[in-house]
Design a protein around this ligand. Structure first.
Ligand code: FAD
Length: 435
């Protein structure tokens, strides 16, 4: 007999699990299906899990500032006694270097003023008090190591920095998905692992359910695509990709994991660090290590992946180049012989902003295009998806009359049209992981 649920959620990463939690709390009988063995095993487990409020557009900054409140009181969000082992959120704050590339953060700070998010200017001379041993000279534009000028300063000093106290990181992103799964289960949600969805069935222009790899059919009046880097595969399966103005693609990315320089206790004193002058970002990690990611400078090739199930999981020169770029700012940083870190896929949208939306197929929704920057928004994204689904299922036309959404912690309303699959490409975007 075909099993029936109110909603099937494809994907149990951090955003999928939070979506299940929010829908279950509203009384939906949900089934989350994931082809991997545990929650958060997909791209969530490779995440740097940085929580920061600075993006390029008003809506994405507002979402991130709202999101910070959930990490700050994670137990309050998940519920006391629900999870076997809660994540620890490190509220270190974030230091961001001012560059011509980010317009000296003037636009970002204007948005921070608008949403009431605090920040402080940091003079060049004070940067080393945040980032011990920092060489504050300018190195822009980013170069490849084969360039003769690599590592040579291009100016006496960067233009200063801004410290954003509302930000930090989670050192175990996979556990955050498990926490959300357990909270969802406590609210009545069901989860199936090691189970692959191979077909989205539809009838009379509406989604009917899914078929699994072993041929099992499960019915639901709502199906939600939260498949991370496989989002375009699931959208193709549902036949909704052609009807979307904004598309998603999988992009391979490496994260380096290196020891902090000798004499620097980055695990204790460090913070999230974002530096568009050297096109890298970093954060502390356990064992006094530094995680280093790339801000995707134009000189670096982008490795788009056609099949997210088969990509090269070995480190390439990308790993070493990121470490070398950070070593421009931290000259004492060593470059280990043995590469350690993560190779994973981003699910990138055309403007590096997420799609939280319905689709042209009635009953089929998506939380996709998270572009390497939506871990921090998972709880809010879950609430947004529950709101969109609930409202559209009562007959509201979200495409022509976008739903307004109240960000309750920061007291701001945003139009969810900003995350529409049919928006125009947001030209305010950095077109990088910064969003
Ligand atoms: C290297 C890296 C660094 C990042 N750093 C940050 C950061 O510092 N801060 C930040 O905010 N964000 C960051 N991100 C982004 C963030 O981690 C992601 O946006 C987020 O984890 C996505 O969660 P998700 O639940 O949407 O997807 P995922 O975690 O990818 O989960 C999708 C799930 O769908 C399942 N699935 C796919 N296809 C099928 C199918 N056919 N049947 C069944 N299941 C299926 C997969 O198995 C997977 O478990 C980073 C991402 C990466 C890769």
């Amino acid at each position: 007999m075909t099993k029936t649920y109110d909603a099937i959620i494809i994907g149990a990463g951090v955003i999928g699990a939070c979506t299940a939690f929010e829908m279950a709390k509203k009384g939906w009988k949900t089934l989350s299906i994931d082809k991997l063995p545990e929650a958060g095993y997909g791209s969530t487990s490779g995440s740097c899990a940085i929580i920061r409020t600075y993006y390029s557009a008003f809506e994405t900054c507002a979402l991130a500032f709202e999101g910070w409140h959930y990490w700050k009181d994670w137990e309050g969000y998940i519920g006391a006694g629900v999870a076997d082992d809660l994540i620890k959120y490190h509220d270190t704050g974030c230091l961001v270097i001012k560059t011509p590339h980010n317009n000296d953060l003037k636009n970002v700070c204007a948005v921070m003023d608008r949403i009431g998010c605090p920040y402080n200017d940091v003079a060049v001379a004070d940067i080393p008090s945040h980032l011990q041993g920092a060489d504050t000279r300018m190195f822009e534009p980013a170069k490849r190591p084969e360039d003769d000028d690599f590592g040579l300063p291009t100016g006496d000093a960067v233009n200063g920095a801004v410290f954003f106290p509302r930000g930090g990181y989670v050192s175990d992103p996979k556990l955050s998905a498990r926490n959300a799964q357990q909270a969802a289960e406590a609210a009545g949600a069901a989860f199936m692992f090691n189970t692959e969805v191979t077909e989205i069935r539809q009838k009379d222009g509406r989604v009917q359910g899914v078929t699994l790899l072993d041929g099992t059919q499960i019915d639901a009046r709502v199906v939600v695509n939260v498949a991370g880097p496989h989002s375009f595969v699931i959208n193709d399966m549902a036949g909704v990709s052609d009807g979307m103005n904004i598309k998603t693609r999988a992009l391979r990315h490496e994260v380096a994991h290196v020891p902090a320089p000798t004499g620097m206790n980055f695990e204790r004193d460090g913070m999230v660090y974002s530096d568009s002058d050297i096109h890298t970002y970093a954060r502390p990690d356990v064992g006094n290590n530094i995680l280093i990611g790339s801000e995707d400078p134009a000189c670096d090739p982008r490795e788009w992946i056609d099949d997210p199930d088969t990509f090269n999981a070995d480190f390439s020169d990308q790993w070493k180049i990121m470490v070398m770029r950070l070593a421009q700012r931290l000259p004492e940083l060593g470059i280990p012989e043995q590469a350690r870190g993560v190779v994973a896929l981003y699910d990138v949208s055309d403007d590096w902003m997420p799609i939280y939306d319905r689709s042209d197929l009635d009953g089929f929704y998506m939380a996709v295009g998270t572009s390497g920057n939506q871990f921090k928004n998972a709880p809010v994204a879950g609430k947004i998806m529950a709101k969109i689904i609930e409202t559209c299922e009562t007959g509201h036309d979200h495409d022509s009359d976008p739903i307004q959404f109240r960000l309750s912690h920061i007291g701001t309303d945003i139009s969810l049209g900003a995350f529409s699959r049919n928006r125009e490409i947001n030209q305010d975007s950095s077109f990088s992981v910064i969003g």
